[in-house]
Design a binder for this molecule. Structure first.
Ligand code: OOG
Ligand code: NI
Length: 456
């Protein structure tokens, strides 16, 4: 029996091989990511692994896919369910000020600490909103819905295997092989001709609408490796002649701990695609639907930490990168520049571990977290941020779109929130804060037991 976690790791490897064959710039990105991680490891030694072992980080990838309907999203959930990945978080990209992207999203990922440590593969998954009248008038919305209802993204055999794997916690070797093969194939870029006029009709609303609803299949549109120094990566990629978007999204580089997520991307080359014309002839055109992205991950923030982050980011919106950095370094409303500060101010998530070889000094531990840390009773280990940032996601969508798209705000939006998405998927959409909190709480309970304290 191949357990789910091994299926997940194998699937991530397969996608990486497939994507590397199809998108050469991705191979360069992976190569440069490895160079950067090796350099950081040589420079910092063990400290480089503070936010994940080097084995985890080297294998770590996130992908992104886009689907059209709740039914398709349910099927995706079954495939990822087989890999031990559950929907976490709700992202609404329709309202982002800078973009008009008619989708709502979640991320499928493992949730248990040991599963994340084994292989944290995650997939940002977006669903089109044809009922949102700001983007689609009733006629186009109806045509789109009919087109989506008529297609099949995943063969029934794949879904059956997925259900078996989820139920049994894995698959026997041969079935696993078949499952991985079918799953990887359903995320490959199709070579089927595209109906050119239909594609262009949707493209006028949004390039993302065309990418989802203009074709009969889905595809992975990027696969993102993780690096330990994204500024160094940005420099090295630029030196190799690859034009990156003009900035790194997320928090600036600063002297304090890395928090949340920093990302940057580049547009993939246009790829030849066969387009069917109204008279039935097929011509070769070019579409840019895949791109490259890379990320550096930092400490997960609590709700209070996130509020502080969002407030800082609105103030650094217009400034140059150096201006943002200056605010992060100097502003009294900013973040403390140490892990200890993040921990005792309740801004970041940590697991806490009782120190077993603490030299006796006649003291007794108190149930105060700051004292426990400062007097050497517990050792905090940061919890890495496993999720996404809506502003960065909107930026990533936007920087890779052709054309502006259009949204008419005088028309009705379709109401979507985490609950409605959960209903569409038929599974709960988990709250990322609750997941981090749970991991932190469990570690504190163990500390309390080990130190014979009441609750901390
Ligand atoms: C997803 C974009 C979001 C990220 O890393 O924020 C994303 C997409 O383009 O489908 O992947
Ligand atoms: Ni991404």
């Amino acid at each position: 029996m191949i357990p789910q976690r091994r299926l997940r790791a194998a699937f991530a490897r397969r996608l990486s091989e497939m994507y590397g064959q199809e998108v050469p710039a991705y191979r360069t990105l992976v190569e440069v990511s490895r160079e950067v991680n090796d350099a950081v490891l040589a420079r910092l030694g063990g400290d480089a692994e503070r936010l994940g072992s080097i084995d985890r980080v080297s294998a770590e990838r996130h992908g992104a896919i886009r689907v059209g309907t709740p039914a398709e999203l349910q099927q995706v959930a079954r495939i990822f369910g087989a890999l031990g990945m559950r929907p976490v978080g709700f992202y609404d990209l329709r309202d982002a000020a800078t973009s008009a992207v008619p989708v709502v999203s979640t991320a499928f990922r493992p949730v248990e600490a040991d599963e994340l440590a084994y292989n944290p593969f995650r997939v940002f998954t977006s669903m089109l909103t044809p009922a949102d009248r700001r983007f689609f008038d009733p006629d186009l919305g109806a045509r789109l819905t009919a087109f989506l209802a008529a297609r099949e993204l995943f063969p029934p055999e794949l879904l059956d295997l997925a259900d078996r794997a989820e139920l049994d916690g894995g698959l026997p070797e041969q079935a696993a092989e078949r499952f991985l093969d079918l799953a990887a194939r359903s995320f490959a870029l199709s070579t089927e001709p595209i109906d050119k006029s239909w594609y262009e009709t949707l493209e006028q609303v949004s390039a993302v609408a065309a990418d989802i609803g203009g074709v009969a299949s889905t595809h992975i549109n990027h696969l993102t490796p993780r690096v330990l120094d994204i500024d160094d990566l940005y420099r090295r990629m630029t030196e190799r002649g690859i034009t990156m978007i003009d900035k790194i999204q997320g928090p600036p580089r600063w002297s304090g701990p890395d928090v949340l997520l920093r990302q940057t991307s580049f547009r993939a080359l246009a790829e030849p695609r066969r387009l069917r014309l109204p008279d039935g002839r097929v011509e070769t055109g070019a579409l840019r639907v895949r791109f490259g992205e890379v990320e550096a991950r930092g400490i997960a923030l609590t709700r209070a930490g996130r509020e502080r982050y969002d407030a800082l980011m609105t103030r650094t919106d217009t400034g140059a990168p150096d201006a943002a950095r200056k605010i992060w370094e100097d502003d009294p409303e900013g973040f403390p520049a140490s892990e200890r500060g993040l921990a005792v101010e309740g801004l970041g998530y940590f697991t806490y571990h009782a120190v077993t070889d603490r030299a006796p000094d006649g003291r007794r531990p108190s149930a105060d977290l700051a004292d426990l840390i400062d007097q050497g009773w517990v050792r905090p280990e940061p919890i890495v941020y496993e999720d996404f940032l809506p502003r960065s996601a909107a930026g990533i969508f936007q920087s890779n779109l052709t054309g502006e798209g259009r949204r008419d705000d005088s028309r009705d939006a379709a109401g979507y929130d985490a609950d409605r998405l959960a209903e569409a998927i038929g599974r709960p959409v988990l709250d990322p804060y609750a997941l981090y909190q749970d991991i932190q709480d469990r570690s504190l309970e163990e500390v309390a037991r080990a130190l014979d304290l009441p609750a901390i």
